[in-house]
Design a protein around this ligand. Structure first.
Ligand code: ASP
Length: 326
């Protein structure tokens, strides 16, 4: 019997065709996308739904919490896996939210396309076929949420969009892809251990600010953050987690008002915790109450903090949420 898969389309370039107003806009739904790739019928029995038809910059964390709920319900009803189709701009964030929230061992695969549905050499059909084949594969069970594009299979916690235009835009700069589609079937070369899930039925993600630290001693944005209604903040420091010396006391004060997580603005690599001793370096900032993001990018650290804060601001609980990513 063929595996039964839920295919959810949220929009994105893979669904876009030229509009009368100019430019490409989301139009196609999951059923049309699935119908356009006849080989999908050999891989799985598919139920196609289109909860959104949005460009992915207009998706919100709340939308993805709802998608996680729909996938959990489908798994409880007997589906063997799920594929989420969406815009590539926010795949690294959506995939990580699903990785944090969807509990079952059934594969969840996120895909999209860098070229519009009508473009010569459109990559959407091949990406959708690969995503379905991965979601249907028993070897993909228990690996958490995966992102599949351009024949590469990435783990959600590592994947990043790394180019604005190329079909090869998706990389996992820290570890590389965990597998590849070869001759129409997934080959996994490493199997990451699954990190703990967070509950997804405890309310909306908390508002968390994300700020990147540029060179200089301008602390106006950092200083103004506490009054803006955020429940937490993620700071992308320089290098291994460093800021201008003048920013350190401002961050210390912010950390007294809300949980503040220290990530890095560098493309990849964990923030340090015990190497540099100068004012504004990681030892100083952690002593002032910041939490280390580990190897999570600022984008992913923001989502983990936003979901973890639904359980309250207990320091130990927040440290435990970030500990698997150290
Ligand atoms: N701007 C588009 C989106 O994220 C890009 C894409 O899908 O590739 O919806």
């Amino acid at each position: 019997m063929k595996p039964r898969l839920l295919v959810l389309s949220l929009g994105g370039t893979i669904t876009m065709v030229p509009s009368a107003e100019g430019g490409i806009t989301p139009k196609l739904g999951a059923e049309e996308l699935v119908a356009s790739v006849p080989a999908l019928a050999d891989a799985a029995e598919i139920e196609a739904r289109s909860p959104f038809r949005l460009p992915s910059p207009s998706l919100t964390p709340e939308d993805l919490v709802a998608v996680a709920g729909e996938i959990d319900a489908a798994f409880a009803a007997g589906f063997d896996g799920a594929v989420v189709i969406q815009g590539t701009d926010t795949i690294e964030e959506s995939a990580f939210i699903l990785d944090l929230l969807v509990r079952g061992d059934q594969p969840v695969v996120v895909t999209g396309a860098m070229r519009g549905a009508d473009a010569p050499g459109a990559d959407g059909p091949a990406n959708l076929l690969s995503a379905v084949r991965v979601a249907a594969a028993p070897e993909a069970r228990g690996l958490g949420t995966l992102a599949v594009l351009n024949y590469d299979i990435h783990a959600a916690r590592f994947v990043q969009k790394s180019h604005t235009a190329l079909p090869s835009a998706f990389l996992s700069p820290l570890v590389g892809p965990i597998g590849t589609m070869i001759e129409g079937r997934p080959r996994f070369y490493v199997t990451p251990r699954r990190n703990p899930c967070l509950p997804h039925d405890v309310g909306a993600p908390a508002p968390v600010a994300l700020l990147k630290c540029p060179m200089g001693n301008d602390t106006r944005l950092l200083g103004g953050l506490a009054g803006l209604g955020y429940a937490g903040a993620v700071i992308e420091g320089m290098g291994a987690g460093h800021v201008h010396a003048d920013a350190a006391p401002v961050l210390g004060e912010l950390a007294r008002a809300m949980p503040v997580v220290l990530a890095s603005r560098v493309m990849t690599g964990p923030v340090f915790t015990r190497t540099y001793g100068y004012p504004g370096a990681e030892i100083d900032l952690l002593d002032r109450g910041l939490l280390a993001a580990g190897y999570l990018s600022g984008l992913k650290a923001r989502l983990l903090l936003a979901l973890a804060l639904r359980g309250g601001t207990d320091r130990k609980a927040l440290e435990a949420a970030f500990a698997p990513y150290a």
